[in-house]
Design a protein around this ligand. Structure first.
Ligand code: HEM
Length: 555
């Protein structure tokens, strides 16, 4: 409820959940939507993803608080209880997307929410903060040959009673099916042994209640009911309370609401040492990709703002205060502003299922080094007479410092240069601070061995890049397989010991084309925001002020 930018973990989780992309534009959401079939099979990518999340969760032990949704599945797909091409396809889908603030375990949870939503299912709420295991966990995923007693005891160990066991299996087995190469004693291979035969659990690929109604009216084709009675775990589970739970889920509405609750519970089944975040809800105004930098011979400021489109005529301008000089912090009432240089629509299965259209506006503006930028905000015009100021709840979006600045245009993926892994990173540091050390703390989670990589590297003065406007350039190499979603913090320590940090920079932004540079205008109007000082008290619009995260000032 108290969101303020920047909230790094929340920002990253929210961006991933609702936009589904990495900074370099690769989309994990596109791998699964629209309820996409897995190439060469008659099952969906969504089904493969949904099976994987359960196999990660199923090792939870409610009595000692160990196991659960912790990404340990990445180390377990060679096990008989978790094998199958679908599992390895899924790990391939996921491996390049986790980042510092979206762990592999959180990513599995987001993927589950998308898998359900993109196959016409409901929107499942989600929290973040899951912590990644770095080794395999205990064995114990239930298998089709287990007796009802063993299945019931296993689900009880995971924290699910009999009713919940029936609900969870039914909500899982509405997607996908059983494959001949994985379970030849359940599904016979075709005449050509290399053909993969997949016997679907129900006759649709949608996340729907057919798994229930076809079971109740005895038209079910679920191979774990009909094919091999030793391996008929769904038959044993679904019938274990005389069909009471199955009957209670027989309408689209009851199926949907039951699955929301039980999948939410599965996603929150985490080791007891983990504290989950608040639910990740859609921010009405989302600021991202903020970077003060040097480009060519001048200072440049970049920022993006994402808005929920409520009218087709929405337009937005970015405003800012200088950092230095006569108009520092807008003291003289002078604000600068610019229109966006580009915009794009972003979406994920979650935002699509919510029916919202999200548009991201990108600003790239030249800045005089002697003025720099202190803080910025946005004025949104919905084109229907309503204008609002989006100013981070009255505090504005503050640019913390300009002593050390990342320079993406002078940074490269190291493979481009030498064929080896890593990133070449350049920073601009104010010459007047006479830095005694410039270094970067790098973090990568999208590594090939699934172990997060954390390392510090020094940057050295790069005399091949001529000084610009009182800044000198420092370059260093992050050596190691940090992966596409490497992030880093740049620190410079001045001669007097003062420390400046350019926080949470994402290497994936290197080489990404920026929007066109916009013309800069000035105004002294008092009706465009940018008042000095923060709101001392909560804004007066009650519930709206609590729900939203920005100041809604109708002008
Ligand atoms: C008693 C517990 C369970 C047993 C014995 C079981 C067994 C199986 C088996 C044998 C398959 C076929 C896999 C293959 O051929 O590669 C399968 C597929 C699947 N399972 Fe389960 N399952 C159980 C619980 C769950 C739960 C709780 C969920 C999710 C909430 C789930 C989701 C899925 C999905 C979506 C598929 C289809 C995968 C695809 O089409 O690629 N299962 N299950």
């Amino acid at each position: 409820a108290d969101y303020r930018w920047p909230s790094l973990q929340y920002d990253a989780l929210e961006e991933f959940l609702y936009e589904g992309i990495r900074p370099d534009g690769s989309s994990m959401a596109d791998l699964v939507r629209p309820c996409k079939m897995r190439g060469g099979t008659n099952t969906t990518v969504a089904a493969e993803w949904l099976r994987l999340v359960y196999h990660d969760t199923a090792t939870h032990n409610i009595s000692d608080g160990t196991g659960g949704l912790d990404g340990s599945i990445f180390f377990e797909t060679h096990r008989a209880e978790s094998f199958g091409a679908g599992m390895n396809n899924t790990l391939n889908d996921f491996s390049a997307f986790p980042n510092k603030y979206v762990t592999r375990a959180d990513l599995i949870a987001v993927a589950t929410v998308w898998a359900v939503a993109t196959c016409s299912g409901p929107v499942i709420p989600i929290r973040g903060g899951r912590v990644d295991a770095e080794t395999a966990g205990p064995f114990g995923v239930p298998t089709p040959a287990d007796s009802l007693e063993s299945l019931t005891a296993n689900f009880a160990k995971q924290g699910f009673n009999v009713t919940e066991m029936i609900q969870l299996v039914a909500c899982g087995h509405t997607l996908g099916g059983v494959r001949s190469p994985d379970f030849p004693t359940i599904v016979s291979p075709g005449s050509n042994p290399s053909d993969v035969v997949i016997a679907l659990f129900d006759d649709t690929q949608q996340f729907d209640h057919k798994i229930i109604t076809q079971y109740l009216d005895s038209t079910t084709q679920d191979p774990l009911i009909t094919f091999n009675q030793t391996m008929a775990s769904d038959r044993r589970i679904f019938g274990s309370d005389n069909n009471a739970t199955m009957q209670s889920m027989a309408t689209p509405e009851s199926f949907s609401s039951t699955c929301v609750k039980i999948i939410d519970k599965m996603l929150n089944t985490v080791p007891s040492t983990v504290t989950l975040t608040d639910e990740i809800t859609l921010l009405p105004v989302k600021v991202s990709a903020v970077q003060l930098t040097l480009a060519g011979s001048q200072m440049q400021f970049q920022a993006s703002v994402r808005l929920i489109q409520s009218t087709s005529t929405t337009s937005v301008n970015m405003y800012w205060c200088d950092r230095y000089g006569a108009a520092a912090d807008c003291k003289s009432g002078l604000k600068r502003f610019a229109a966006p240089g580009g915009s794009s629509t972003v979406s994920s299965p979650t935002s699509e299922a919510m029916g919202v259209t999200l548009k991201k506006y990108q600003f790239v503006v030249p800045v005089d080094v002697s003025q720099s930028v202190a803080k910025f905000w946005f004025v949104v015009d919905y084109g229907n007479g309503t204008k609002t100021v989006a100013d981070n709840g009255g505090t504005n979006y503050v640019v913390e410092q300009d002593d050390v600045l990342w320079v993406p245009s002078q940074s490269r993926a190291k493979s481009v240069l030498t064929g080896s892994h890593g990133w070449l990173i350049t920073a601009a540091v104010k010459t007047a601070t006479a830095p005694k050390r410039v270094y970067m703390d790098c973090f990568g989670r999208a590594t090939t061995n699934y172990i997060a990589l954390n390392a510090t590297f020094d940057l050295a003065l790069n005399s091949s890049l001529p000084a610009v406007g009182g800044y000198e350039f420092y370059t260093g190499t992050a050596m190691g397989e940090f992966g596409q979603s490497m992030s880093f913090e740049l620190t410079s320590v001045a001669a007097d010991g003062k420390v400046a940090v350019d926080t949470y920079r994402q290497a994936g932004l290197i080489g990404v084309a920026l929007a066109a540079t916009s013309a800069v205008n000035t105004t002294t109007s008092s009706s465009v925001g940018g008042k000095s000082g923060a709101w001392a008290v909560a804004p007066p619009w009650g519930v709206l002020g609590l729900l939203s995260v920005w100041t809604l000032a109708t002008l």
